[in-house]
Design a protein around this ligand. Structure first.
Ligand code: SF4
Ligand code: FES
Length: 484
């Protein structure tokens, strides 16, 4: 296998990577701003420059130093070469780049959202010179509203152009451009064309400094107080790998987690901002029984009353109507493990129960972006996993519409929801008519108002489990916060 040495450490590689890629793959840090794995290489920030010696085939393959510093993000690795990122010349360059980048930077870390996860802070500490020789007035740039989700603090921008390349290469929408020249050069959007695409939040993640900020997260929490829990998209069928970031049992933001085979480095705004229902004020938290009064007038009970009420009610249906009179509707919002356990539980009561998959919501059509990311029309994380888990119990897993059509034999129902919005469609409401029903759900709806026994459930952030995505990829997720 070919290899190079970086600061004396042998680094094997495959294919035709650049020196920076070899370094990163071998766990060696080389500072870089403009380079991002998911974007084209522009080699404009110059902080990754290093001294490189390559074997010269015209001179018995002896190592010869290239007489200028080379951008490691752009220079292909050549078998046998030696790279020096810690040599006096390389270090002098790192210090010079840091000093120049900070000349017009406002140094407002105490009030900057990026503090704690800012490459300008980190590299200042590791590669900077500790003090500035610049005594003149700094150029001040305005703050700008780039679109519905993102703010630009131009003062802090280091012109790495990652955001501009993202809108060119990944979304293909090209809203962000580079305007002006020299020290007045700045990032902006074109007049009348805000940054308003379905993946817009990703520019905040890839901005290495605090120039692009997420309006939704702005000034809500210091990042060092957040715990990141690896998770999977819980509201669409994409299976995007994400991080749920939370503090004090409250989710504050969702960030994409790199998985080159699923979502690459990105996630959609729909997923990024789609977690708010977890903390909806009207979350169902108390078991209840159907009241005597008008719709929605329910009688709260505790769990010691709720579980027996559900089980005894379902048993009573089977005693009266015989085996085959129960059905379980397992929501595609639930995990595979829950689907399996619910299926098993209902079959304990009625061995011939119908096992059905709940309604699978769709919105529009799949949308593929030039950068290889796809937003799926299917808005449930686990329809396939639920089918597969129930398929371990019965050979005949029924789709929801089929259940509604052939509901005559069903006299009692165990229904599950967990949808992020009201799912009281005529189909599910008609199914509840005249039947004993138990519901496990997270948000109030026309369904929760109608059922005989209601048991509060938890969202995917409050439990662990696994989802099977639209491409049949089974992925597990961890519990982030405690059940609300
Ligand atoms: S706003 Fe951020 S991502 Fe865009 S060019 Fe400036 S520093 Fe780079
Ligand atoms: S990372 Fe190499 S020049 Fe910017």
């Amino acid at each position: 296998m070919p290899q190079i040495t970086i600061d004396g450490q042998p680094c094997p590689y495959e294919g035709k990577p650049t020196i920076l890629q070899v370094a990163l793959d071998n766990g060696i840090e080389v500072p870089h701003y403009c380079y991002h794995e998911g974007l084209s290489v522009v080699a404009s920030c110059r902080i990754c420059l290093a001294e490189v010696a390559q074997p010269n085939p015209r001179n018995d393959n002896k190592l010869e130093l290239i007489p200028k510093l080379m951008p490691t993000c752009q220079t292909p690795a050549v078998d046998g070469s030696a790279v020096y990122t810690q040599s006096p010349k390389s270090i002098a360059n790192q210090k010079a780049v840091m000093e120049l980048l900070l000349i017009n930077h406002p140094l407002d870390c105490p009030v900057c959202d990026q503090a704690g996860e800012c490459l300008l802070q980190d590299y200042s500490y590791k590669y900077g010179s500790g003090q500035s020789r610049f005594e003149e007035n700094k150029i001040k740039q305005p703050k700008k509203d780039l679109g519905p989700t993102v703010l630009l603090y131009s003062d802090r921008c280091i012109m790495c152009t990652r955001c501009q390349r993202f809108t060119d290469e990944v979304t293909g929408t090209s809203e962000i451009g580079i305007f002006g020249r020299g020290s007045s050069e700045q990032i902006d959007v074109f007049p009348g064309r805000p940054l308003d695409n379905e993946l817009s939040g990703n520019v905040v993640d890839i901005c290495p400094v605090g120039a692009l900020l997420d309006k939704d997260f702005l000034m809500t929490m210091r990042v060092w107080n957040l715990t990141s829990t690896p998770s999977i998209d819980g509201i669409t069928a994409s299976g995007d790998n994400i991080l749920l970031e939370w503090n004090d049992n409250k989710v504050y933001r969702i960030k994409p987690r790199t998985n080159l085979e699923v979502n690459k480095w990105w996630t959609s705004d729909e997923i990024r901002y789609g977690w708010k229902f977890i903390h909806a004020e009207d979350r169902l938290t108390t078991p209840s029984l159907k009241g005597e009064g008008k719709l929605g007038d329910r009688k709260p009970i505790n769990w010691n009353q709720g579980l027996p009420a559900a089980v005894e009610g379902l048993r009573a249906v089977v005693s009266k109507h015989g085996n085959g009179s129960l059905a379980v509707v397992v929501s595609p919002m639930l995990a595979c493990e829950e689907a399996y356990l619910l299926g098993r539980a209902i079959c304990e009561i009625d061995p011939d129960a119908t096992l059905a998959v709940g309604p699978v919501p769709f919105d529009g059509e799949d949308k593929a972006f030039p950068g290889g990311y796809t937003i799926y029309a299917e808005k449930a994380p686990n329809a396939r996993g639920v089918r597969r888990a129930l398929g371990q119990i019965t050979e005949q897993v029924v789709e929801f519409d089929e259940l509604v059509k052939n509901a005559a034999v069903v006299k009692g129902l165990l229904v599950t929801g967990n949808y992020p919005s009201n799912w009281a469609t005529p189909g599910i409401l008609s199914l509840l008519d005249g039947r004993f029903s138990v519901l496990l759900d997270t948000l109030p709806s026309g369904v929760s108002a109608k059922v005989d026994v209601l048991l509060p459930g938890v969202t995917w952030a409050e439990k662990s489990g696994s989802f099977e995505n639209v491409k049949n990829r089974l992925q597990s997720f961890e519990q982030a916060i405690l059940p609300i």
